[in-house]
Design a protein around this ligand. Structure first.
Ligand SMILES: *[C@@H]1O[C@H](CO)[C@@H](O)[C@H](O)[C@H]1NC(C)=O
Ligand SMILES: *[C@@H]1O[C@H](CO)[C@@H](O)[C@H](O)[C@H]1NC(C)=O
Ligand SMILES: *[C@@H]1O[C@H](CO)[C@@H](O)[C@H](O)[C@H]1NC(C)=O
Ligand SMILES: *[C@@H]1O[C@H](CO)[C@@H](O)[C@H](O)[C@H]1NC(C)=O
Ligand SMILES: *[C@@H]1O[C@H](CO)[C@@H](O)[C@H](O)[C@H]1NC(C)=O
Length: 497
């Protein structure tokens, strides 16, 4: 592994040439308008899974039905107990010094079954109090409407495979806009639709545990994009004029680097990007699926004997409905990949990876040596920001997630290295390439329930003691480093306010 990594580093430096000398931290300052923040999500921190009228989400159901779905057999029933400790959390955010807090609303607190007739005032009140509490401390709320916790009742009716879920999402969103809209000016609809589809409906690792990697994932993408567009149009038709906020989708993507300078690897890297980023960005920012997906999935579907493509075709009306539904670009970015071409896979079981026809390295390999490699060569952030800026012309980008997992140690130098490197690379994109990155909400404010990994992966800059009933919070070294960055708008120790 180590050898491979050393080779890769040389290739990367070569590929970018002298224009991108890495490992040197940019010591200039971020623009004054830059917004610093931190991020969380409801199921990952709140707990209180059945309190005050909350209904069962598909993650409650998934983890209760079989504890084996998480590495440590634990679930989000209590998590960080933020449902009760929200006042303390606001004080932590204030102490950190950030001006932006990205969090998600739990659909089943607002509509316990997912249907309008189950409206739950206590759930609405909880979030109204919370956003007012943030605003009282000068913290801007950035609200995600959906971060993976679908009402279980809707899941039982097909969930993200059923087009009608998009309508239910619209109804839920309208209630949230009505109640939180007077206080919230920055919204995102759906968080990481790709990961929801790939892990929830492809590998089956996440809720609802469906394993249809060649079929359900494409229908899931369609329904989540329809849901996103439905909420976007409701906001713009009914609320935006009065409330004046912005709303967009949050897409997770990697930066994809050709493994060699061969033509085939260059094509493979671009194909990887289309199947990864373009899958969701193209319908919203350009219109329709990426052509390469239409061609390849259509072709393989025919050969497999399907009567129509496994990638559901949009109608002309649907293309128009989804196209242009963005006020900024919400980007979650954790890593870069090295991509190589592979020969055309034989026709057999339908499979996204054969549809894509690429091989990637470092995708899911989180060994310590990879960690230090990524921390030292975070070049992909600049590359991806430039790609998004040039291909989708979004006007404004928020990096809504970026972060590093450790075992939870307080002295977390590897996280500092990672954040410093990625932010430095982001600053290059802002100052040298003219990419308008408006803000950054690091993942995560605190250690939390990391889905199928349970509590084994700790992404927080603030530690949470999951062995104490108090869920005691403690600033890690990275939180102190981030405090300094947020104060000085600068990534090196030498900077002063
Ligand atoms: C969980 O895993 C254990 C050990 O592999 C197994 O014995 C048990 O049957 C599993 N439980 C369920 C509900 O699948
Ligand atoms: C989709 O949801 C609707 C209710 O909105 C339900 O009537 C229908 O049976 C569902 N379809 C599937 C395939 O589950
Ligand atoms: C479909 O795939 C086959 C086998 O890889 C290839 O020969 C053919 O050119 C492809 N056709 C299209 C339209 O992509
Ligand atoms: C509970 O945790 C908070 C920090 O999260 C800490 O300030 C407080 O002292 C703790 N209380 C107890 C009784 O441990
Ligand atoms: C930034 O780097 C330049 C060039 O290495 C150096 O001259 C300058 O003093 C540095 N500024 C800070 C604030 O570290």
């Amino acid at each position: 592994m180590k050898v491979l990594i050393l080779i890769s580093v040389c290739l990367i430096v070569e590929a970018f040439g002298a224009s991108l000398p890495k490992a040197e931290i940019n010591n200039r300052t971020f623009p004054e308008s830059f917004r610093w923040g931190a991020a969380t999500a409801a199921y990952q921190i709140e707990g209180g899974w059945n309190e005050d009228g909350k209904g069962e989400s598909m993650w409650d159901h998934f983890t209760h039905a079989n504890p084996n779905v998480t590495d440590d057999k634990l679930n989000g029933d209590v998590a960080c107990d933020s449902y009760h400790k929200w006042r303390e959390d606001i004080q932590l955010i204030k102490e950190l010094g950030v001006s932006l807090y990205r969090f998600s609303v739990s659909w089943t607190r607002i509509l316990p079954t997912g249907y309008l007739d189950s409206y739950n005032q206590a759930g609405v009140d909880y979030y109204v109090n919370f956003v007012k509490g943030l605003l009282d401390e000068g913290i801007t709320p950035m609200v995600t409407l959906y971060h993976w916790d679908l009402p279980q009742v809707l899941n039982e009716q097909g969930g993200w495979l059923n087009d009608s879920t998009a309508d239910r999402f619209g109804e839920y969103s309208r209630i949230v806009f009505e109640n939180l809209g007077p206080f919230v000016k920055l919204w995102s609809t759906v968080n990481e639709p790709k990961t929801t589809c790939m892990l929830g409906y492809g590998s089956g690792e996440n809720a609802p545990g469906i394993k249809q990697i060649g079929t359900a994932i494409y229908q899931c993408a369609r329904v989540q994009l329809l849901a996103h567009a439905t909420a976007y149009h409701i906001y713009h038709n009914e609320f935006a004029a009065e409330q004046g906020g912005q709303i967009s989708l949050v897409i997770d993507a990697t930066f994809n680097e050709p493994d060699t300078d061969s033509e085939a690897d260059a094509e493979a890297a671009e194909r990887e990007t289309q199947f990864n980023l373009g899958w969701y960005a193209n319908p919203v920012y350009v219109g329709d699926w990426p052509q390469i997906m239409i061609d390849r999935i259509g072709n393989r579907s025919t050969q497999e004997g399907f009567s129509e493509s496994r990638l559901p075709a949009w109608s002309a009306e649907e293309i128009e409905f989804v196209k242009g539904t963005h006020d900024y670009f919400g980007l979650n970015m954790y890593t870069a990949l090295r991509v190589s071409a592979v020969g055309e896979a034989e026709i057999g079981e339908p499979n996204y990876y054969n549809d894509k026809g690429t091989a990637v390295a470092f995708g899911s390999d989180w060994t310590p040596s990879v960690a230090s490699w990524l921390a030292s060569y975070p070049y992909g952030m600049r590359g991806l920001l430039n790609y998004v800026w040039n291909h989708y012309k979004p006007g404004e980008i928020y990096v809504t997630e970026n972060g590093w997992a450790t075992d939870g140690e307080i002295n977390d130098q590897s996280r500092i290295d990672y954040l410093q490197g990625y932010l430095s690379n982001m600053l290059d994109a802002i100052l040298d390439d003219g990419v308008n990155v408006a803000g950054y909400t690091t993942w995560s404010l605190m250690d939390n329930f990391e889905w199928a990994r349970g509590y084994t992966q700790k992404y927080g800059i603030i530690s949470v003691d999951f062995n104490s009933r108090n869920r005691t919070r403690t600033f890690k070294e990275s939180a102190k480093w981030y405090q300094h960055t947020v104060r000085t708008y600068c990534l090196v120790d030498e900077c002063v306010e």
